[in-house]
Design a protein around this ligand. Sequence first.
Ligand code: NAP
Length: 337
Amino acid sequence: MQSRDIYLKRRPVGMPVPEDFEAVVTTLPALAEGEVQVRNSWMAVDPAMRGRMNDAKSYIPPFALDAPMEGPAVGTVVASRDPGFAPGDIVSSRLGWREAFNAPASALRLRPDVGLPPQAWLGFAGVTGLTAYAGLLKVAALKPGDVVFVSGAAGGVGSIVCQIAKIKGHKVIAAAGGARKIAYLKDVLGVDAVIDYKAEENLTKALARAVKAIGATGIDVYFDNVGGEHLQAALALANPFARFAICGMISQYNVTEAPTVPRNLTLIMVKSIRMEGFIALNQMEMEPHFLADMIAWHKAGLLTATETVHEGIDHALDAFFGLFSGANLGRMLVKLG
Ligand code: NAP
């Protein structure tokens, strides 16, 4: 079997460009004992992949040059030389950016048939959903009455954070870029106040207006997907003892100069704010509760799985670049088969 794979050819400086990557056709060898052959049906692109393109120490090693990149994928077992997997099984892996692969069984996770479409394992039922769930409920320690502010609110993680907060009865202020996303947040997710950050000159003033519009004194929880000015605004409008779950800072991923905002970090002390960064892969002990809740909310019609889908491995880079221009509503996915 052949597979088209996307390789990292050189390390991007600033915003990646197509010349940083190469599509390579490979022929899969015969399966060794203990290996499984998988045809990917879906892969996802994550903003964090940008960090792995740098040769820098992080919580996960950098991508190797001249090798296929890695990322979340779900596929179907084609052939197996491991007793734990059989042809037709649906499996997830970290072996995205390729159409098919052979891998040791330990690199795969068997996904049960619980009535979800396969790509749900890359979205609300996968690490994206766990990030939202663990960040909001454990890291930010959401408690009754909290006013929640979410940045990057119309994306994969952000759209789930908004929904969990609404399911739990909270007032939610959501920030995203552009009229289409604002309409989605209001009309589909039912958040209480919205900020189109691309249409605002001063994000702190915009957040102050949103807080006032919902009759609140400030925000109690900030779920940060963006960093920079969004974080500065959240600090300015935080109530005493607010909790900030620092999930991501996409506004900083392609910068080539040191950031100048936030300029008000002193407020962490002044307001006794607890600010905590987290990585979802360190929150796996929450998975049984997380999956039970997500599947139940989805079945009850309380949780919408919003997806933006590109077709074919040839469009995987378009999907990835689109994360940084805001081209996606919900989870950014590539359909491979
Ligand atoms: P996403 O939100 O679906 O896609 C990225 C979104 O970021 C874009 O749609 C865009 O929306 C927004 N964006 C891009 N550049 C921006 C900028 N300069 N300023 C403000 N917004 C910008 O991606 P995701 O996979 O759900 O990830 C969201 C965040 O969570 C990222 O920061 C990611 O790194 C982080 N994350 C962390 C973990 C963890 O374990 N800690 C796990 C998964 C994801 P607009 O159109 O609204 O600008």
